[in-house]
Design a protein around this ligand. Sequence first.
Ligand code: PGA
Length: 261
Amino acid sequence: MSANKVVIGNWKMHGSPADLWDLANAVQRDGLPCDAAICVPFPLLPAAHAALLASPLRWGAQDCSVHAGGAHTGEVSAELIARLGARYVIVGHSERRSGLGESDAVVAEKAHRVLAAGMTPVVCIGETSAERDANETAAVLRRQLAPLVRVLGRALSAVVLAYEPVWSIGSGDCAAPGVIADTLGLIERTLHFQAGMHQGAMRVLYGGSVNPRNATAIMACPGVDGVLVGGASLQPADFLDICRAAKRMANDREMVLIQGS
Ligand code: PGA
C-alpha cells in the first residue's frame, strides 16, 4: 500500500511487565526505524501502557469479544482494550480458529468491533498444509474473506490483513518468496472480485516463522506491506533487527520510485 512497512509482534501467551520494559528500553536506546507494535496478553496491557506511553512502539491485544459489552463472563471487549491505549487487535489467528473453533463470521464481527472502538484489526487468514496440498488454498481464502467483505464494507480498507499459512506458524518453515507472492496475488484478486478493491487499497502482512535472517527477503516480495512476528518478537534484539529490515526495504522502494519517476 505504501513504501512504509509495518512490523507487528505477537507475544501469544508469553511475556511479563519486565519484558515490556526491556523492549521499551531497547527501543529508547536503538530507536524504532519503522511503524511497529507489540500485541500482548490481556493482563499485560496496563504494563504496555506504562512502559510504552512515551515510546514510538505501539501496543495491542491478540483477541477481543464479539460482543460490544454486557453479561459475558470472561470476555474482554474492544472498548476496554482501547481504553488501555491499544492501537491494534489481532483477530482470527489460526490458533483461535482451529483451537477454539472461531468461525469466519465471528472473526469478521470481531474486526468490526475493533474498528468501532477506534483501533486497527489485524485479521489473520491462511490455509493449513492439508488444504494447500489439496489445492484448496484459493477456496479457503475466499471463504475467510467473504464475511469480512460483507460485514465491513468500505471499512475493509482500514483493516490490516495478515496472510499466515498455518503450516509455517511456529514451525521454522517460512513460506518461500514465490509462494508468498503468488498467494498475495490471489488475495488481491479475491478482494477485487468480492469487494471491488484495487491493488494496494489495504495493507497486507506476511506471518509465519519470520526472523531477522529471512525478514528482508519476505518484505521484498511483491505485495508484502510488513510482517506479523511470533517467536522472534520475544527478543528485543531480534524484533528490532526485523524493524531495521523493514526500514531498509522502505528506503530501497523509495529509491526505486524516485528513479522511476
Ligand atoms: P511465528 O508465529 O512467527 O512464531 O511463526 C507467527 C504468528 O503466529 O503470528
